[in-house]
Design a protein around this ligand. Sequence first.
Ligand code: LLP
Length: 420
Amino acid sequence: MSDSAFHYVDGVLHAEGVSAASLAQQFGTPLYVYSRDALTRTYRAYADACAGRRAVVHVAVKANSNLAVLNVFARMGAGFDIVSSGELARVLAAGGKAENTVFSGVGKSAAEMREALEAGVKCFNVESIPELHALNEVAKSLGKRAPVSLRVNPDVDAKTHPYISTGLKSNKFGVAFSDARATYREAHAMPNLDVVGIDCHIGSQITEISPYLDALDKLLDLVEQIESDGMSIRHVDVGGGLGITYDDETPPDIGDFVRALLAHIEKRGHGQREVYFEPGRSLVGNAGVLLTRVEYLKPGEEKSFAIVDAAMNDLARPAMYEAFHRIVPVVKRDAPAHTYDVVGPVCESGDWLGRDRDLAVEPGDLLAICSAGAYGFVMSSNYNTRPRAAEVMVDGERARLVRQREDVRQLFAGESILPD
Ligand code: LLP
């Protein structure tokens, strides 16, 4: 396992000091399990590398928005990166502060802008000219000035999966690099906007530092032009995107990554600016696993299947991106392994969690799907009218239920049948 928060003790998988088998027994499966210690360590790695610098970590809420997870970060003084007013509500409910929150996203509605302005978010990361106009209008109607940064698309190749690469010209995200300077001038001319920063986000699960340095070079060139046009750029937001080890990837260490970017900014003569980070996956990805129970084994001529009680509605990443998640037994068996596709009960061929996995399992056994802390529960759905999983946070020897398993009745509580 890539993270020592999850480890074996006498052949039984543990989350910190708690056996995963006992968690499954107590809370049922499918079950998301998070380690507070792992969350704390990744956050500290960012925060320590930022210490003494004008650099701020904004946790990307979209990666894992459970209130307990956000609260662990809020207690350590984290800022947050949100993409909806729903996420803003979660941040506030979890003890985070609006004045430490940046609002990203390509399609903010006027209502969302209003809520965020009233709450007092630190900055809007704006992605288009129409959005600038909309924000200016909303700010005017409230008698406020909205702090803005433009998300610039630096057109660099993040060398990651096309679905999660966002910094190329062909993506829907950000203002095209060639339009950015003129767009800044427009923003500057709008009376209810306050230009404060610049930002980019080039993709996700990035395992090299070089695309970030390329993006930074382009951004900093632009900052120099914008300032020569009479605006002042207080902060540079480098986005999120640092990768984790799912299988055999070797992403840079968090501290090395942060230090390399800060050093580059300094070297370019921009050390006076505040630097924002927006990490998601690298904070939470390896701090969580999904526990599932084997329902049936189905041997076949070409393929054998291990049918488990978690499915694509619980963890969508394999179905959506053909993503790899390591799958390990909760209790190791001293028996020969067979090769299985690990699949869920949903009626779709795309409903798989792992392919061609060598496992020694029997029906009733528990498996852990690793690296499920990021984009796991948050992307889950109720497809096939499956209640969403419960979530548990382990802290040393203690485990707390931090989200109840959904009840089927909740799923259609808002629906009604026709009266006649
Ligand atoms: N900032 C912005 C503006 C973003 O769009 C994202 C992620 C982040 C920060 C955080 O990126 P991270 O550090 O987590 O890579 N569902 C996909 C990932 C989508 C990422 C979307 N944007 C997956 O499961 O791989």
